[in-house]
Design a protein around this ligand. Structure first.
Ligand code: ADP
Length: 398
């Protein structure tokens, strides 16, 4: 099927028009500055990018401009919108209700709305994308694919927080986890690479999604048993600009000293922390590596901290599952930064995991980069969340 995949943010919207069976991408692009002025960047493989300043007061005009360019005689890839078989949406927070993707109907929209307090920045934007598509393509089936859904197999001991139980019962406070679509895609690929695609029972995989935002998942028998992110995507280990887990006392302490309100404090933890906060240089790992090479000690400390925490969580998840068969690296950092992968794996030597440095050096494609005598496989697997969304959409719309 030909699926339009939509990832709507508050002022931007990414799209990909693709074949859900072959993974072929016909066109993809980005609407930016929605609600401000508006810019569309449209990419078709083998052609020059098309960029235009187009007024986008709301998500409706953004989707309209996407549909217009898709059918444009010069820059488009289809003759008519009828060629789009269905639409798949990335939705951030599915709360406790959504354990899988679902067809978007009134009940589904109401449930996504209910989850707004859990995903206050993303869910409203996701809903704007859904509503715009409903208005502009009223006859097309639409599917919601949740970032949290794959993690919903976690056992209570992994998802419960040690705070009064009533907050879980009354307010749904628990670990949810994010990047679920990515963890699902790469763990399915890893099972295939292990020759266990149809027999996941007994397998133990740790997936490391290391990008701007980062998370790890422990996946036993093909199902998530733990993950680093929590109620929201701030938890876990340090990221580009997010702190990861911190002692909550720090918040009280700094709010007391500087008179910050909770919004300011959360902004510091979300936007000014992580490897950016430690280094003062950048949230981009390429900049950090360059600065560290030139002797910048804080950039080196930020990288050391990141590697240390990733290594620590891998050890914790191996303990949680009673072993590990494969460690998977994915997303911007995991797919590209082979030196960082090497450092993580080198510090896990006690587990009997060994990297084949020749295979790992410069590897950016799907590959087994572990040495022949490694007790644990190490895989690099470029993630493909859009394909996963397209496949779910096809499965539900057939
Ligand atoms: P997002 O969470 O925004 O989807 P990505 O998964 O695309 O992020 O990861 C983006 C990050 O990947 C960049 O901020 C950068 O730190 C990192 N990155 C990309 N390419 C490289 C590279 N060649 N070496 C090291 N890090 C890289």
């Amino acid at each position: 099927m030909k699926i339009l995949v939509i990832n709507a943010g508050s002022s931007s919207l990414k799209y990909q028009f693709m074949n859900s069976e072959t993974g072929e991408v016909y066109a993809k692009g980005l609407c930016e500055r929605i609600g401000i002025d508006g810019r569309l960047t449209h990419k078709v493989p083998g052609r020059e990018d098309y960029v235009s300043e187009t007024a986008m007061p709301t998500h409706n005009e953004a989707i309209k401009s996407v549909l217009d360019i898709m059918v444009d005689p010069t820059y488009g890839v289809i003759k008519s919108v009828d060629e789009i078989d269905a639409v798949g949406h990335r939705v951030l927070h599915g709360g406790p209700k959504f354990t899988a993707s679902c067809i978007i109907d009134d009940a589904c929209i109401a449930a996504i709305e209910e989850c707004i307090p859990l995903g206050p920045l993303h869910n409203p934007a996701n809903l704007m994308g859904i509503r715009a598509c409903q208005e502009l393509m009223p006859t097309k089936k639409q599917v919601a694919v949740f970032d949290t859904a794959f993690h919903m197999t976690m056992p209570p001991k992994a998802y419960i927080y040690a705070i009064p139980y009533e907050y879980y019962e009354k307010n749904s406070v628990r670990r949810y986890g994010f990047h679920g679509t990515s963890h699902r895609y790469v763990s399915a690929r890893a099972l295939d690479m292990l020759g266990r695609k149809n027999a996941p029972e007994g397998t133990k995989i740790i997936t490391c999604h290391l990008g701007n935002g980062s998370s790890l998942a422990a996946i036993k028998d093909g199902k998530v048993v733990d993950t680093t992110m929590g109620l929201g995507p701030l938890a876990g280990f340090p990221m580009g600009t997010r702190s990861g887990d911190i002692d909550a006392t720090i918040m009280e302490y700094l709010m007391g000293i500087y008179g910050y309100d909770i919004k300011t404090m959360m902004n510091i933890l979300n936007k000014k922390s992580g490897v950016l906060g430690i280094s003062g240089v950048s949230s981009d790992f390429r900049d950090l590596a360059a600065a560290a090479k030139e002797g910048n000690e804080r950039a080196q400390l930020a990288l050391d901290k990141f590697i240390y925490e990733v290594t620590k969580f891998i050890g914790a998840y191996a303990a949680a599952m009673g072993g590990v068969d494969a460690i998977v690296f994915t997303a911007g950092v995991g797919e590209n930064d082979f030196r960082l992968r090497e450092k993580v794996i080198d510090s896990l030597g006690y587990m009997g995991v060994k990297m084949d440095k020749a295979k790992n050096d410069g590897c950016r494609v799907e590959a087994d980069v572990s040495s022949a005598d490694s007790k644990v496989k190490v895989f690099v697997i470029p993630t493909n969340e859009e394909l996963m969304i397209a496949m779910d959409t096809e499965a539900l719309c057939k």
